[in-house]
Unconditional design. Structure first.
Ligand code: FES
Length: 106
């Protein structure tokens, strides 16, 4: 089974089944991943789906567009590989992708 791995700041992880075509915020919420609220429903308007992509995976994702960059610029704990989970669409190529959930969201 293909999975996306969400890691918490506490060190715990949760593997969620990868459903192709879904965005990663929806997958996190469907699997009750702590710290991924997705308040705007995935319209890139709240920033409550902030995740930090594992460095080994960052270059394999399409870059953030201007709207996502604008939201990320307001993130509390922005890191070099920060992304919004709602803007990443799951594909089979992302099997095993590791995402860090920041301690604090917006
Ligand atoms: S769910 Fe609101 S920006 Fe991602």
């Amino acid at each position: 089974m293909a999975i996306i791995r969400f890691a918490q700041h506490t060190g715990t992880t949760r593997d969620v089944p990868l459903t192709e075509g879904s965005n990663l915020m929806d997958l996190a919420r469907a699997n009750a991943v702590p710290g991924i609220d997705g308040d705007c429903g995935g319209s890139c308007a709240c920033g409550t789906c902030h995740v930090i992509v594992d460095a080994a995976w960052a270059a394999r994702l399409a870059p953030a567009n201007a709207e996502e960059e604008r939201m990320l610029s307001m993130a509390v704990d922005r890191q070099p590989h920060s992304r919004l989970a709602c803007q990443i669409i799951a594909t089979a190529a992302l099997d095993g992708l590791r995402l860090q959930v920041p301690e604090h969201q917006f």
